[in-house]
Design a protein around this ligand. Structure first.
Ligand code: GDP
Length: 431
């Protein structure tokens, strides 16, 4: 994934901003010179796109030669990055140390987003606008502390990131499917079952090129491109330390896929790792189908218990389709084709702006947002900004309670489906 470096002199709020970008609310790290942290890069996902954020906030230049050191560190980070977020402190204004970074940025020719941080009011807004004269393009006013402007900033970051590497199979080619799950749940057995005698249908007649680690497999008469089957077939030993690489590989497969079949061993208690993989699929914005495998090993009691586990730990994936199956006996393997298609359909659903707003109008009238501090937020208007996965922007008069957002999502699903797909709601309060 592309790399975004966050640079700037100490105390401008880089670490707080990084926390915003990666979606962590709790841990606000103080940008104190002298504090070094062991982790400098974090995975971030926004609108289904993954990127890596490099935090240079923990780097501590010593007192003398500050500007030179900041410039040097910035140079290192910038050199390794695909795009740079340059943070300045709007309250303090531009100092020599900032200028030192600006010079490095100009030389680097990397795409740069200028972030005017600590913009908490109108006055600061005006100060931020003055940052135009740095010659780095439009300043993006944000308050890393409150989160103000951070959604727009994330959108802007996606805009300047280089396009994802070209997919192995062109648009319009076979759909890309990833089989994911922890070791020994039966991924490779499932793949073998699905491929059956159809394994060598791979041909280049249609002009499709397939990545050597992928495989074209026909399911129910439809050709699918199964992602990273080499990783599934080759029994990657899950030795200590390799787990990290295994999870990177899984993440990579998820990113390349359109739809993921998450395999879970139904005969064993559900684990955190199962939930983590499902969460990964959701956060990556891919369509999801859950395969409860090894059904042949479950008895009445285990199934009852599994139902409870699902109700307790998988409620947040209630939108996903599920198939109780056995790769060993072949039970319900024949249902997967239809389930894959169903998930892809939900993933690509488009709702017209007219229909969406008719629905939102009814919803808001029947279920207004609760009054908070004497004010009542209201959804003014909505639009579907993207599909695959369905992504909605809701323009509102103010902030919405998270529980209200979940309620809106639930109603959207009841109204329009999106079965098998995560949906993204982006709330834009009018300021
Ligand atoms: P992977 O690591 O997820 O690819 O798992 P494998 O496909 O290698 O399966 C792990 C073990 O579970 C093997 O011994 C399989 O034979 C067994 N297995 C896979 N699916 C089933 C199933 O549906 N029922 C039963 N009873 N065993 C299964």
């Amino acid at each position: 994934p592309p790399v975004v470096a966050v640079v700037g002199r100490p105390n401008v709020g880089k670490s707080t901003l990084v926390n915003r970008l990666i979606g962590r609310r709790a841990a606000v790290v103080q940008d104190t010179p002298g504090v070094t942290r062991d982790r400098v890069s974090y995975d971030a996902i926004w609108n289904g796109r993954q990127f890596v954020v490099v935090d240079t906030g923990g780097w501590a230049p010593d007192a003398q030669g500050m500007a030179a050191q900041i410039a040097e560190q910035a140079e290192l980070a910038i050199g390794a990055a695909d795009a740079v977020v340059f943070v300045v402190d709007t309250n303090v204004g531009i100092l020599d140390d900032d200028e030192a970074v600006v010079r490095v940025l100009r030389r680097s020719k990397k795409p740069v987003l200028l972030v005017a941080n600590k913009v908490d009011d109108q006055r600061a807004e005006a100060e931020a606008a003055a940052m135009w004269n740095l010659g780095l393009g439009e300043p993006h006013p944000v308050s890393a502390l409150t989160g103000r402007g951070s959604g727009d900033l994330l959108d802007a970051i996606l805009d300047i990131l280089p396009e994802a590497p070209k997919e192995a199979v062109a648009e319009g080619g076979p759909r890309r499917v990833a089989i994911v799950g922890k070791p020994n749940v039966g991924k490779s057995s499932l793949l073998n079952k699905l491929a059956g005698g159809n394994r060598s249908v791979v041909d280049n007649a249609s002009g499709t090129t397939v990545d050597p680690v992928d495989e074209l497999v026909e399911v129910d008469g439809t050709l699918y491109n199964f992602i990273d089957t080499a990783g599934i077939r080759r029994k990657v030993k899950e030795a200590q330390g390799h787990e990290y690489y295994a999870s990177l590989r899984t993440q990579g497969a998820i990113e390349r896929a359109e739809v993921c079949i998450a395999v879970i061993d139904a005969s064993e208690p559900l684990t955190e790792q199962d939930v983590r993989i499902l969460t990964n699929v959701e956060e990556s914005g891919r369509a999801l189908l859950i395969a409860f495998n090894k059904w042949d090993l479950t008895d009445e009691e285990r199934r009852r218990y599994l139902t409870r586990e699902v109700e307790r730990d998988l409620v947040q994936f209630g939108w996903a389709g599920a198939v109780n199956m056995s790769a060993l006996t072949g039970r319900h393997v024949d249902r997967l084709g239809e389930a894959i298609e169903d998930a892809l359909q939900g993933w690509e659903t488009r709702v017209s702006t007219g229909k969406l707003n008719a629905f939102l109008g009814r919803l808001v009238a029947a279920h207004p947002h609760p009054v908070r501090g004497g004010k009542q937020s209201r959804i003014l208007f909505g639009t579907q900004a993207a599909s695959a996965p369905p992504t909605f922007i809701l323009f509102t008069t103010g902030k919405l309670d998270p529980s209200y957002v979940r309620f809106v999502e639930r109603r959207l699903r009841e109204e329009f489906g999106f079965h098998g797909s995560p949906i993204h709601l982006s709330i834009r309060p009018r300021e």
